[in-house]
Write a protein that binds this ligand. Structure first.
Ligand SMILES: Nc1ncnc2c1ncn2[C@@H]1O[C@H](COP(=O)(O)OP(=O)(O)OP(=O)(O)O)[C@@H](O)[C@H]1O
Ligand SMILES: O=C(O)c1ccc[n+]([C@@H]2O[C@H](COP(=O)([O-])O)[C@@H](O)[C@H]2O)c1
Length: 215
């Protein structure tokens, strides 16, 4: 069977090392063929992003440009409606009927998975591979705990042998960084260097992003 494909969805407002390091590390540790970054258009369950979708996409493109194995998939930006992950996974599954798909996320996302649209169906199409994140533990509500009991595994080989259906918690090094923190840092006139790739910082400066009130 071909190597699994990693998928990292996000608002990426802006993209930062807390997205990129777990993506690279997961790709290497699990032997993924690639990790596709999927910027969303209208993120469900959060406020409208500060930056327009075309800026968020441009920053993601700059971030992955020099990283082998990371690619960009802009399909959610081409759908003029809320970016529900179930729609994206259904579409990808149709394109790649037998390929293992690993949807990557941080622990904060798994903890609130039961608020996602048609959340119980996500595992019909993909595995969930979850990185720990500072401030978040595997302290699940009843719905997510039930899902984890039914689908959790510590066997990484299953992620290669099955096209989807497993939840795997991966012990990547944790980075205490968020897009919110970076937006606040820039708004305050401070230097965000080393929290995100330099070309992304240069783009933010050139376009004057995140100078207004932080949303
Ligand atoms: N530091 C981090 N460590 C692990 N996962 C992360 C980290 N930052 C973001 N992620 C994960 O990346 C995905 C996309 O995150 P998102 O684009 O919302 O970034 P964010 O930093 O959480 O943004 P914001 O601060 O605007 O809420 C989510 O699944 C999130 O859990
Ligand atoms: O499908 C949903 O209902 C859903 C709800 C919340 C988040 N998501 C997706 O999860 C990914 C991370 O979301 P966020 O808000 O942390 O950037 C991104 O791809 C979102 O589109 C999806």
């Amino acid at each position: 069977m071909s190597k699994p494909i990693g998928l990292l969805g996000g608002t990426f407002d802006p993209i930062h090392i807390g997205h990129l390091r777990p993506a690279i590390s997961t790709m290497e540790r699990l032997g993924l063929g690639e990790v596709r970054l999927l910027p969303n258009y209208i993120p469900p369950h959060r406020a409208t992003p500060d930056s327009a979708p075309e800026h968020r996409l441009a920053m993601v493109r700059l971030a992955v440009a020099q990283t082998p194995g990371l690619t960009v998939d802009d399909r959610e930006l081409r759908r003029n409606r809320p970016s529900y992950t179930i729609d994206t996974l259904t579409e990808l599954r149709r394109e790649l009927p037998h390929r293992p798909l690993c949807f990557l996320m941080g622990m904060d996302s798994l903890c609130s998975l039961n608020r996602w649209h048609r959340w119980r169906e996500l595992l019909d199409h993909a595995h969930l591979v979850v990185s720990y994140r500072p401030g978040w533990t595997a302290d699940f509500n009843d719905d997510v705990a039930g899902l984890y009991r039914a689908h959790g595994t510590r066997d990484r080989e299953l992620l290669h042998r099955r096209p989807g259906g497993c939840i795997y918690l991966i012990d990547n090094p944790q980075l205490e960084v968020s897009s919110t923190q970076i937006r606040q840092c820039i708004k305050a006139g401070n230097n965000p260097q080393y929290l995100l790739p330099d070309p992304v910082t240069a783009y933010i400066r050139e376009k004057g992003l995140y100078q207004g009130p932080v949303l």
